[in-house]
Every structure is written in structure tokens, then in C-alpha cells.
Design a binder for this molecule. Structure first.
Ligand SMILES: [Zn+2]
Length: 102
């Protein structure tokens, strides 16, 4: 089944995503930004979900979301308050990034 994003909402400091299969994921904005998969931020979580990457300079604005775009029905492109918006988070990537539901 093709994974689609049914609904997306900014709730406080978290991005709440509802998927077409009924799952819901919550992404704290700081975690989302630190996981930015673009070339300048670099890197992806390892198999354990740990995110390690070269030093990237963040400011408070780096963890503020000003908006987002859906790209081609397969990815989310967040716009951050510090002007950064080159990260394309594919839906598969987001699902991997989502904290496992307990
Ligand atoms: Zn980035």
C-alpha cells in the first residue's frame, strides 16, 4: 500500500502527522530539524534511531517551524524560521524517524 500523508498539524512544539494507514506520528521540532536529511545537514539516523552528524550550527530559530510543503505526494519539506528549507523528508524517512509507539 502506498503510504500517504492524510493530515499534518503543528501542535505546540510538535508536528503531528496522520498517515493513510491510520498511524499517527509526532515529531518534536528539534528532533525533526536535527534529522534534516539535506546535503548540508547530512546524515540519517542509524539503525538504532540515533542521529549523529558533523557539527551543524543551530539557533533557537532553527527549531521553529514557519510552514511546510508537500512535494509530489512523497515528501514533506519543512520551512524553518532560520530560513532553512532544503530538507526533503520522504514519508518513509519520516516513518523511520517517528518514535516507536509504546
Ligand atoms: Zn538541512
Amino acid at each position: 500500500m502506498r503510504l500517504e500523508l492524510r493530515n499534518i498539524q503543528l501542535i505546540g512544539r510538535e508536528l503531528a502527522v496522520q498517515w493513510s494507514d491510520g498511524e499517527e506520528s509526532y515529531f518534536p521540532l528539534e528532533r525533526l530539524r536535527r534529522a534534516c536529511p539535506c546535503a548540508s545537514c547530512g546524515g540519517e539516523p542509524d539503525v538504532l534511531g540515533n542521529i549523529s552528524r558533523p557539527d551543524v550550527a543551530y539557533t533557537d530559530a532553527s527549531f521553529d517551524l514557519t510552514g511546510w510543503q508537500l512535494i509530489g505526494g512523497y515528501a514533506l519539506q519543512p520551512r524553518w524560521a532560520d530560513g532553512h528549507s532544503t530538507g526533503l523528508y520522504s514519508f518513509q524517512y519520516l516513518r523511520r524517524l517517528a518514535a516507536p509507539s509504546s
